[in-house]
Design a protein around this ligand. Structure first.
Ligand code: GLN
Length: 460
């Protein structure tokens, strides 16, 4: 579904479809009656929000038990922006608990199903939002991306997933995960819509001190698929680690297409030792920041409060009951990394390694227009064979390379690239900070090559 196809009854219709689909997909936490609050680029557009976006007067659970009764008293900045532009919010979507996960199996309301195969995961943590777009119910849904939580589910569901530059979209009112890595992102079905949506969402917000003053361009008007002379780097470490033949074949075809359009394509290898360090470095930083950010989830100020005879007992009981096992495990890791004796040895060291990775990547990327690689090693895994234990320190660069977009803050997009055994596979493109126009232009060319704009799966 495209933005431009929306008409006056689209929101009502979309709500009906979403409700019906939810019986099979299990991707929605709360349905919302559509209301028109403004007029602009999103006129008549039904919108789904990830359930970590604060909505005034509307339940916002982040798919976490401790927040299962939390009704915010204010809107996130992006909610006001969407509504001012004419968008109509019709649902809050399921996610991995507190956005900590990549499967959507950890949501309080249970697993979200992939519309291409109901036995498969949607991917996460923005799985509910991804599936709302991929199933053709809405043209646009909000997600958040701390490690790849928009770009990975986009790949598993055959749609476009955008994570702009750090600071490009205000995070005010988004329940945080890891402040130095969190980005607001979004899903849609084509590059033109992706460009238009950034015009609506981006911009300085005084309520978010990390938001940028950088001018917001008319990306959709300037969209241009002429990529002659654009230098695109192929991420060799990732390609070498992928064994799925369909992924490699679709990727190679795409690269041929880019060359035919006049792009200069070069292979690039990053330091192997640093690539191996991506995942452990990410987990230390993300879990440490999450532990600090979520120290306010005590049951005292808001959310589920359990009975106790002292404040300590209330907090201990509420926190013990209020979080899933995988979250507690992450808090243990985070607390360990932040403990006074360990801070230098663990947390600061992870920050230093992050810096080395960023320097290595930026040295090469800043001399080019983009870095490209498959967004996943294959199609969406089966629900039954997927583990929620993601604490592995194996060499998984092929599955985790998109974290680089969060380490660097660079804009990064996933687009559909092809299929493997009927399941969608995506390609990921990362560009230089605030070069979203370049990112959309190259993406526009990619879309022409693959012919995979506006692919949704309505029958499942
Ligand atoms: N899967 C990663 C994690 O569990 C990324 C999550 C995200 O981007 N929110 O931390």
């Amino acid at each position: 579904m495209r933005l431009q196809d929306c008409t006056t009854n689209s929101a009502t219709l979309a709500l009906e479809i979403l409700k019906k689909n939810n019986e099979k997909l299990n991707n929605i936490v709360t349905f919302v009656e559509p209301t028109i609050k403004g007029e602009g680029k999103l006129n008549n557009v039904p919108v789904v929000l990830k359930d970590n976006v604060n909505t005034k007067g509307i339940l916002t659970t982040a798919s976490c038990k401790i927040l299962d009764n939390y009704v915010p008293v204010y809107n996130a900045t992006i909610v006001d922006k969407i509504e001012k532009a004419g968008g109509q919010i019709i649902a809050k979507a399921s996610m991995d608990e507190l956005a900590m996960g990549g499967t959507n199996l950890t949501a309080l309301t249970g697993p979200v199903k992939n519309p291409y195969d109901l036995n498969r995961i949607s991917g996460g943590s923005s799985g509910g939002s991804a599936v709302a777009v991929a199933s053709g119910a809405v043209p646009f849904a909000i997600g958040s991306d701390t490690g790849d939580s928009v770009r990975k589910p986009a790949s598993f569901n055959g749609i476009v997933g955008v994570k702009p530059t750090y600071g490009r979209i205000s995070r005010y009112g988004i329940i945080p995960y890891s402040s130095s890595l969190d980005h607001v992102g979004y899903f849609c079905t084509n590059v033109k819509d992706a460009a238009t949506l950034l015009e609506v969402l981006a911009g300085r917000d005084d309520n978010d001190m990390t938001s940028s003053f950088e001018e917001v361009k008319e990306y959709s008007k300037e969209l241009n698929s002429d990529i002659k002379g654009k230098k695109i780097l192929v991420f060799s470490n990732v390609i070498e680690a992928i064994s799925n033949k369909d992924v490699i074949e679709s990727f190679n075809n795409l690269i041929e297409g880019l060359k035919k359009k006049g792009a200069i394509v070069e292979n690039v290898s990053f330091d192997e030792k640093l690539m191996r360090a991506i995942l452990p470095t990410y987990y230390i930083i993300a879990n440490a920041e999450a532990t600090a950010n979520h120290s306010n989830l005590t049951g005292l100020l808001f959310g589920e409060r359990l009975e106790g005879s002292s404040i300590d007992e209330i907090m201990i009981k509420s926190r013990s009951e209020g979080f899933g096992p995988w979250i507690k495990k992450r808090f243990v890791i985070g607390s360990y990394a932040l403990k006074e004796d360990n801070q230098e040895r663990v947390f600061r060291k992870a920050q230093k390694i992050r810096r080395l990775i960023v320097e290595d990547v930026m040295k090469k990327l800043s001399d080019a227009d983009g870095l490209i690689a498959p967004a996943a090693t294959g199609g969406a895994p089966l629900i039954n064979s997927t583990s929620t234990n993601q604490m592995s320190d194996e060499y998984l660069v092929a599955d985790n390379h998109m974290v680089i977009g969060n380490f660097t803050g660079c804009p990064s997009i996933t687009l559909p690239m092809g299929y493997t055994e009927g399941l969608p596979i995506g390609v990921n493109l990362t560009c230089n900070p605030f070069k979203e126009q370049t990112m959309f232009d190259i993406s526009f060319a990619i879309e022409e090559i693959t012919g995979l704009a506006d692919k949704v799966k309505e029958d499942f």
